[in-house]
Design a protein around this ligand. Structure first.
Ligand SMILES: [Zn+2]
Length: 309
């Protein structure tokens, strides 16, 4: 049985925005046809958990809407519902991570928010749920080391910045669009960021197809074990590398992303790494394509761990 954390309060009202807030509920609805998946509601992340990662000024801005520029630095219109919704999505990341330590695998029907920095948001990411979860488990002595595998289309710049002050965290970003200062750059031949000692990245070239992606995974998944086996793997399973995605320069199909997910889970199983995954980006105009990619991650987990679809 795989536990997937979801809450109707994940979606703050942001109007007609390219970020399809409705997808979380659609994925939850689709999972009702998966007898091996159990939906559960997470507790919201607490202010103490957020403060381990984010500055008091930034947390206060998201809570109160003031100053407005900081409260909207992630590019969402601020509303009083924003703060409770991002506490819930971050709480889901933590709940899934903790459940994975118990069951071996779990999911959060929320993003990992990999562009969020300590003192501001970027790219639709308010608080960095991946690092908030890792820090909370570390503080409670539930883990010593954590690895983050980021396979969203975009470079995980917020996670990279936060990893630089956390030597116990190792992060690998495999991406097809660079990201810096709230701008995406699809030409990944020009790198606009610097990896740190415990943050590594690999680029996927324009037009990248499945076999190339599989080769990259085969070569670089073992990098996650470089400094010893981590106690937990957090997997950012982005749907935006899909060829139908308006941001994607890659040529990856649903089948390619399913195979990507299967390989990641197989790697986790082989090395007995507890793995928690999050949905991450996905902006195809036909939202059913985004939902299908996220449901396929559950199908991939079923192939590897069984009893889930
Ligand atoms: Zn993305």
């Amino acid at each position: 049985m795989i536990t997937a954390f979801h809450h109707p309060g994940f979606a703050a009202p942001i109007g007609n925005h390219i970020m399809p807030m409705g997808k979380f509920a659609l994925v939850a609805e689709g999972l009702k046809a998966f007898p091996g998946v159990r939906l559960a509601e997470p507790a919201p992340a607490t202010e103490e958990e957020l403060r381990r990662v984010h500055t008091p000024d930034y947390i206060s801005a998201v809570r109160t809407g003031k100053p407005r520029a900081l409260a909207e630095s992630q590019k969402f219109p601020w509303s009083p519902q924003l703060f409770p919704s991002v506490c819930l999505t971050n709480g889901a990341c933590l709940a899934a991570a903790r459940q994975a330590l118990r069951d071996g695998v779990a999911a959060a029907l929320a993003s990992g928010f990999h562009h969020a920095h300590a003192d501001h948001g970027e790219g639709f990411c308010t608080f960095n749920g991946l690092v908030v979860a890792a820090d909370a488990l570390k503080a409670q002595g539930e883990v010593r080391t954590v690895s983050i595998l980021d396979m969203d289309l975009h470079y995980g710049n917020g996670t990279a910045a936060l990893a630089s002050t956390r030597p116990w965290l190792a992060a690998l970003s495999i991406y097809g669009s660079d990201y810096k200062n709230n701008k995406a750059y699809n030409d990944v031949n020009v790198r606009r960021h610097v990896d740190g000692p415990n943050h590594f990245s690999v680029t996927l070239p324009k037009g990248c197809k499945g076999p190339r992606l599989n080769g990259v995974l085969e070569q670089h998944l073992p990098d996650l074990l470089k400094s010893g086996k981590p106690d937990l793997l957090l997997y950012q399973a982005g749907a935006d590398p899909l060829k139908e995605d308006p941001y994607s320069p890659l040529a990856l199909s649903h089948a390619d992303l399913l195979e990507r997910d299967r390989r990641v889970f197989e790697f986790a199983r082989q090395h007995a790494l507890p793995v928690a995954w999050v949905l991450a980006g996905g902006y195809a105009r036909d939202i059913t394509k985004v939902v299908e990619a996220h449901l396929n991650t559950f199908r991939a987990a079923a192939m590897v761990f069984g009893d889930c679809a």
